[in-house]
Design a protein around this ligand. Structure first.
Ligand code: HEC
Ligand code: HEC
Length: 326
């Protein structure tokens, strides 16, 4: 691990040397389609009571009520045979402050667009990120977005042992294809609910320069079914444009990502994989690193890659990386 980081440091220094002296491109404010902020609750409205009927999902014999699927200290595990036994930190967390990792990242670590996939990440990388969240070195560029703040609270509550066992768990099995990337001029109209884009079922609108990620099956995603993935709508032509940036650096706009993230973007040593992961997550991370709110000890290696990117470049890069086989 040390040798790969040394090698990547050398690469990074070389990369920032070529970029030195050029002003960073201003990227404006955090793109609201990527940083999903829930609208304020309607004054006086009371949330509908949870349906008491037990629910099931395809391919599972488990039966749970909607309230049970929302328990942050005992989240649903619809498909227990599809992953190794979960350590306590992942399955239950610890009251009062540490929600189960599996509540947000799902039992199999596939994650959701508003958080992150953890399956298949290098254990050393997971441990480093937990330290960064704890130490205030990893924050979101959009302080009003709820889930990253919740992640920081969880990291602060987690003990070294809990972090070690959770990291060993999530790194022990591969991330599976989870996001279907579709180039499209139009996109179903959505609203933000539960920090996620949810189709409003009243037609479509122009996608424009955005990425909109929605559940393949909203009902299954709402029940936290870890076997039902997402579809990401990306602008026409963005995948090919992203490929050029990722592989060649786009003529000095950025640096080839493959040097550190691996030829197939499947990760290299402790450097995380990018292939097949949520494109909204990827845009947020590139943006956070560029803005300097994600600034852990390893983030410096990303400087040359991100400093000159516009949000449009980030969209193209994320469309391409998400479209790759994990
Ligand atoms: C309340 C929801 C929630 C819970 C519970 C939670 N996380 Fe997270 N986690 C998130 C969000 C949101 C992010 C993305 C943060 C960001 O955008 O920077 C994240 C990101 C991460 C990352 C960074 C992934 C990457 O690729 O860099 C790691 C590692 C992680 N979580 C580990 C854990 C572990 C271990 C636990 C249990 C101890 C846990 N999380 C519990 C919401 C959660
Ligand atoms: C010099 C090595 C290097 C290069 C080149 C590089 N990266 Fe990274 N990248 C890293 C390291 C190391 C991290 C972990 C950063 C941290 O811990 O904060 C990282 C993190 C990331 C993350 C966050 C992943 C996650 O799970 O949160 C994304 C997204 C990313 N890189 C995208 C890219 C893209 C896109 C490119 C090319 C345009 C690129 N990187 C080029 C080394 C590199």
């Amino acid at each position: 691990m040390r040798s790969i980081l040394t090698r990547t440091v050398v690469l990074a220094v070389a990369a920032s040397a070529t970029l030195a002296g050029q002003a960073p491109a201003p990227a404006g404010s955090p793109p609201p389609w990527a940083y999903t902020v829930n609208p304020p609750p309607t004054p006086g409205a009371t949330p509908a009571p949870a349906d008491p009927e037990p629910k099931q999902v395809p391919g599972s014999t488990v039966s749970l009520t909607t309230s049970q699927t929302r328990d942050a200290f005992n989240p649903p595990d619809w498909h227990p045979a599809a992953h190794p036994p979960m350590p306590d930190a992942v399955a239950h967390g610890r009251r009062p402050a540490m929600r189960a990792c599996g509540f947000c990242h799902l039992a199999n670590g596939q994650g959701r667009p508003e958080n992150a996939s953890l399956a298949g990440l290098p254990a050393a990388y997971i441990i480093q990120q937990m330290a960064d969240f704890k130490n205030g070195e990893r924050k979101s560029a959009e302080p009003r977005m709820g889930p990253p703040n919740a992640m920081i609270q969880d990291a602060k509550a987690a003990t070294d042992d809990e972090i070690k066992t959770a990291a060993a768990y999530f790194s022990s099995f591969p991330y599976k294809k989870w996001v279907r990337v579709v180039e499209s001029k139009d996109v179903p109209k959505t609203r933000i609910a539960g920090s996620m884009h949810v189709p409003t079922n009243d037609g479509s609108e122009p996608l424009g320069p955005r990425i909109i990620e929605v559940p393949e099956d909203l009902a299954r995603t709402e029940l936290r079914d870890a076997a039902s993935g997402f579809v990401a709508y990306v602008p026409p032509g963005s995948i090919a444009r992203g490929e050029a940036l990722v592989k060649t650096g786009g003529g000095g706009k950025t640096v080839a990502c493959t040097a550190c993230h691996g030829a197939e973007l499947k990760g290299l040593g402790p450097v995380p994989p990018l292939a097949g992961r949520s494109p909204s997550y990827t845009v947020r991370q590139i943006y956070d690193i560029q803005q300097g709110v994600r600034k852990g000890p390893w983030s410096a290696l990303m400087k040359g890659a991100v400093e000159k990117l516009t949000v449009d470049d980030m969209i193209a890069i994320a469309a391409y990386t998400a479209s790759r086989e994990p």
